[in-house]
Design a protein around this ligand. Structure first.
Ligand SMILES: [Mn+2]
Length: 376
């Protein structure tokens, strides 16, 4: 995967024409809406469609996690090898968590920040581990993806993408990509095997959460090809001092209400630290709900974890955050959301945060008269 910066503008406009809907009539794209389509058929359709294009952009969700990064590079590899399309993988936000930074560094994944991407240079736009409506990606509104591969529940607009493989029960998008790989007959590289394996492992919390037999199957298939030394480096990275400072603050600020723990982290150094903290406090004894939030770059980030099987974390964040103008996504046991704060002053921000915390507490069944316990 090469990173290009400039291309011939004439060719670029030709590609833009090629992207217009008239050139790719929906009817020409074989869609099997009925019946079960095997991964092999899906792969064939993807390759068939991609073949008439030259330059693919594969976009992860913002502040990408291992599942999103691994899926993006696996898709880029498939597009290059099977459809002859050169591919660039890009992300919005930052790669924040130490493990995710290590994944990119150790495996030398040539991922490009979205600020360096000129969307008009690409005639094939792909999106992985997220969907157009999800709101957690940086694809400008004037573009719509050609290809969407995501294990999250299908959003209505995704149906408009010529190639969409979304929804289902898989615990990770990396599992879907591993299935494409197996169907393709392409040789798996240890770099991609390591990334996909870690993608599945991270999303399913080592096959302990939202895991299907297909996830287990892909995990076991990949394992012999994993670069074990690289994996150790990725899973046990050096941590910045900010990490320990943030945990200190989190422990001081956490409030335990019955079976729910809530933590306002204030300013955070990386958006995905809310997920890290929510995940950790979710392990606190007797806790069934864990919610953490923090501010980064004028945005408010939320992350939630639950072990309550009767509740749906994804639905809950959508109800509480999307109705307030934010974007949200996730599934049964884990979800995240963000809200733009740039129009709000100090007071407005404080009010919004406490309103949202109260809304969550109500959903967690905590009585308003209750007082929280502190950890320290
Ligand atoms: Mn995922």
């Amino acid at each position: 995967m090469k990173v290009r910066t400039r291309m011939n503008p004439e060719r670029s406009s030709a590609r833009q024409r090629a992207r217009s809907p008239e050139r790719t009539p929906r009817a020409a794209v074989l869609r099997h809406k009925t019946g079960r389509e095997t991964r092999r058929m899906k792969l064939e359709r993807l390759v068939e469609y991609a073949r008439t294009h030259q330059h693919a952009l594969v976009l992860t969700h913002d502040n990408p996690d291992p599942d999103s990064l691994a899926s993006a590079f696996a898709l880029a590899h498939i597009l290059e090898r099977l459809a002859g399309v050169d591919s660039v993988v890009a992300f919005g936000g930052i790669v924040g968590r130490a493990e995710n930074r290590a994944l990119v560094r150790v495996l030398k994944l040539p991922v490009v920040p979205i600020a360096k991407v000129d969307f008009d240079e690409f005639d094939l736009i792909c999106m992985v581990d997220t969907q157009p409506e999800q709101g957690n990606h940086s694809l400008p509104a004037r573009h719509f993806p050609d290809v969407v591969i995501d294990h999250h529940p299908e959003r209505p607009e995704t149906k408009l993408a010529p190639i969409a493989d979304v929804g289902g029960t898989r615990g990770a998008t990396s599992t879907l990509l591993a299935e494409y790989f197996r169907a393709s007959g392409l040789e798996m590289t240890s770099q991609l095997a390591t990334a996909l394996y870690y993608g599945i492992k991270a999303d399913t919390r080592n096959l302990a959460r939202q895991t299907t037999p297909e996830d287990v199957d892909a995990y076991l298939w990949l394992f012999p090809m994993v670069d074990k030394e690289a994996l150790v480096e990725i899973e046990h990275p050096r941590l910045p001092i900010d990490y320990f400072r943030l945990y200190h603050r989190a422990t001081e600020r956490a409030q335990v209400w019955d079976q729910a723990v809530l933590c306002d982290l204030g300013e955070i150094y990386a958006p995905d630290m809310v997920a890290e903290v929510a995940e950790r406090f979710g392990f606190l004894e007797d806790v069934r709900w864990s919610l953490a939030w923090g501010e980064y770059d004028d945005q408010l980030f939320y992350s939630i974890r639950t072990s309550d099987r009767r509740m749906n974390a994804g639905k809950l964040v959508r109800e509480i955050i999307e109705t307030r103008g934010g974007s949200a996504g996730g599934h049964g046991s884990m979800a995240g959301a963000r809200l733009d704060l740039s129009d709000l002053g100090e007071t407005g921000r404080r009010r919004l945060k406490s309103e949202i915390a109260e809304a969550f507490l109500r959903e967690f069944g905590v009585k308003p008269s209750k007082k929280p316990r502190k950890i320290v």
